[in-house]
Ligand binder design. Structure first.
Ligand SMILES: [Cu+2]
Length: 238
């Protein structure tokens, strides 16, 4: 019955891109969102990037999930490339901290081997992958819920941040003093560049052809500048 419910919920999630909410009775008796809080199974053909993960025990008796920081942007699809370099069997489960805590209690009572898309169980030396789309921002968790492993250190924060909205970009106002199209340079009398920690002044920036084509000397602009390959560059203009 559980598999049937999961299949149904994923079909709904896949057929409706704007799918937001909806609940059904999960296999463990609690009410579970059809698409989980932590996100939904990702499309392996549309992976944004890969995070390598190592599961292992160390000499100090700790059990660890090692990887680069799991800082993810909302909407990103990640391939977790997971290798169990330990001597014991381990899991990699993506979920909310709360749900991991609930499942950990159940796992302590009875070791269950799940076959859900948000988790994988690996024998010592084995590797595998979880492809996951993080559709909601928030703080989630990667963990191993085999009895005692979480307590020995097998959990790691998964931070999913909101996509930087256009409104969050700091535009600075300026006046174009001079354009050198050939050199790809533009001189701008500008206000403080907050993100670059620079006061108001007149400075030469790099800009690409397309950007320069839309500029004229004496024009008042709103722009965003950043360091690109070490050079101050106009990256956006309006
Ligand atoms: Cu483990």
């Amino acid at each position: 019955m559980k598999n049937l419910l999961l299949t149904t919920s994923f079909a709904i999630a896949l057929s409706a891109p704007a799918f937001a909410a909806g609940t059904h009775d999960g296999g463990h008796g609690e009410t579970k969102p059809a698409a989980m809080m932590v996100g939904m199974p990702g499309d392996a053909a549309k992976v944004d990037r890969t995070i390598d993960v190592t599961l292992l025990e160390n000499d100090e008796g700790q059990m660890l999930i090692e990887s680069e920081p799991m800082d993810i942007k909302e909407g990103e699809t990640i391939r977790f490339n997971i290798t169990n370099k330990g001597e014991l069997e381990h899991e990699f489960v993506l979920d909310t901290v709360e749900r991991n805590a609930e499942h950990k209690i159940e796992m302590a009572k009875m070791d269950m081997e799940h076959d859900d898309p948000n988790r994988i169980r690996l024998d010592a030396g084995a590797s595998g992958e979880v492809v996951w789309t993080f559709s909601n921002s928030g703080t989630f968790e990667a963990a191993c819920l085999i009895a005692g492993h979480y307590e020995s250190g097998m959990h790691r924060e998964v931070a999913v941040g909101e996509q930087m909205a256009q409104a969050d970009v700091e535009y600075t106002s300026g006046t174009i003093k001079k354009i050198d199209a050939k050199a790809g340079k533009v001189t701008i009398i500008h206000g403080p560049l907050v993100t670059l920690d620079m006061p108001a002044m007149t400075m030469v920036f790099r800009a690409d052809e397309t950007m320069i084509a839309n500029m004229s000397e004496g024009q008042d602009i709103e722009f965003v500048a950043d360091r690109v390959k070490g050079k101050l560059t106009v990256t956006q203009i309006k």
